[in-house]
Design a protein around this ligand. Sequence first.
Ligand code: HEM
Length: 158
Amino acid sequence: MTPAAALAASPLAVALRGSSALHAAVASVHLIGVALLVGSIAVFDLRLLGLSRSLPVRRLAAHLLPWSAASFLLIVPSGLLMFLARAEELIGSPLFALKMMLLLAAGTNAALFHAAVFRGAAAWDVDAPPPWQARVCAAVSLAIWVSVIVCGRTLAKA
Ligand code: HEM
């Protein structure tokens, strides 16, 4: 038995496949997390693109980004549970692989932004145009998160 087949045969996976109510509850937790993550990140990205420049970028980051980080507490366990339920099918799915690679790309983009661009944010904190590097990171971030949502929705059953 392959590891994916063993996961898909586990009692939890069998329970998730057997109960549409349980699956809907787990998918709802996933989507609440997605709303929190993409909502908070998109508002921050719009600020990095140059909108609402009267809002101090560092204070906005301090308010929004902890919510983005906390959203993973909802997204990751629920995502793993839904993966478990369909592990045999999804382990070989190019779309699922693409979604995971996009998540890696989003993490890399965010890490680069914080390590290289956000350090200098004092110079453009308020009422100043963000540097082009911040705008590029924000545009890439928005494009990746939209793509992750499209992949997730395409993978979803029903
Ligand atoms: C560890 C990370 C993640 C894993 C393992 C994961 C796994 C999954 C799986 C397996 C599904 C298909 C559900 C089904 O069978 O019905 C799904 C759906 C979905 N995922 Fe994720 N996901 C993760 C992170 C994310 C993130 C970060 C986002 C968006 C920012 C996202 C957005 C979605 C959306 C929109 C759906 C469709 C849900 C629905 O319409 O019911 N996922 N995810």
